[in-house]
Design a protein around this ligand. Structure first.
Ligand SMILES: Nc1ncnc2c1ncn2[C@@H]1O[C@H](COP(=O)(O)OP(=O)(O)OP(=O)(O)O)[C@@H](O)[C@H]1O
Ligand SMILES: [Mg+2]
Length: 255
């Protein structure tokens, strides 16, 4: 059965697209047939995180009724399928997310997972993505404003009857100013299913248009993305995490 998982946050810039690309890549490596879909209609950029060429048919065409969702699926070399969104302002003008739910239902059946990368904020675009999905994977950084916004996402998902898969705590720097895992769990009311460190390798991977899981497969960030993906897929996998040494910790702290 296809699981439709919306990757949502409330606050922008916390790592939704990074999580979508990397969990999509890792699920594919674990043998799950996976589609990642760019439902950030206003500022789409999922294609840049994975490295796909400009694709002639996009989610905007599908939402307009001009194409079937399978026609907008680009197959990446890794086997991951990507549904990009249109990049032009004209695409944006003529499209509404209202029938996203019907479009996603058309994708149900064949893939094991459809990961929906949603927009920042809690406007119609992201609410439609939450309502159209079976589950929400909440992404936040460990700071109070982001966690407060994540809580609103959870409220919307609960109202819509969409299950919460868990919380991905991203960009963790282990600074004293950050909320820790337990504090985030008690505020949001759901388990933190992954703690992803803040690391320059993530930006480096984006600059070469690859998920970190492809760019640096053995890095701690990749191992943690693989760990949460294995949990989601129900696959047994022991992430190989090397604790950073004293000097690395010092460098990470002053960054
Ligand atoms: N763990 C991390 N360590 C370092 N940089 C990160 C990490 N996660 C994400 N980033 C960087 O932060 C920026 C924002 O990430 P991303 O685009 O995934 O966020 P987003 O929530 O999808 O943003 P938006 O709300 O604009 O869609 C990107 O440049 C990305 O490379
Ligand atoms: Mg994004």
């Amino acid at each position: 059965m296809t699981r439709l998982i919306c990757v949502s946050s409330g606050k922008g810039g916390v790592g939704k697209t990074t999580a979508t690309a990397n969990i999509g890549a890792a699920l594919t490596q674990f043998g799950a047939d996976t589609v990642v879909l760019d439902a950030n209609l206003t500022n789409p950029n999922l294609g840049f995180h994975i490295g796909i060429p400009l694709y002639p048919t996009t989610l905007h065409d599908v939402l307009k009724g001009d194409a079937h969702i399978t026609e907008a699926m680009y197959i990446h070399d890794s086997g991951l399928r990507v549904v990009p969104a249109g990049l032009s302002v004209d695409d944006l003008r003529d499209t509404s997310p209202d029938n996203l739910s019907d479009v996603l239902l058309d994708a149900v059946g064949e893939p094991d997972f459809v990961l929906v990368d949603s927009a920042a904020g809690l406007g119609q675009e992201s609410v439609s993505a939450i309502e159209a999905s079976d589950e929400v994977l909440v992404v936040t950084n460990p700071k109070l404003p982001a966690v407060t916004d994540a809580l609103k996402t959870v409220d919307i998902a609960e109202e819509a009857g969409t299950e919460i898969t868990g919380v991905v705590l991203n960009m963790v720097k282990d600074h004293d100013s950050e909320l820790d895992k337990e504090e985030v769990e008690s505020m949001i009311g759901y388990d933190v299913v992954a703690e992803i460190p803040h690391h320059e390798k993530v930006e480096e991977a984006l600059s070469v248009k690859k998920p970190v899981v492809h760019h640096e497969p053995d890095h701690n960030v990749s191992e943690r993305f693989k760990g949460v993906s294995a949990d989601i897929a129900g696959v047994s996998y022991e992430p190989d995490i090397t604790e950073p040494g004293f000097f690395q910790t010092l460098i990470d702290r002053v960054r």
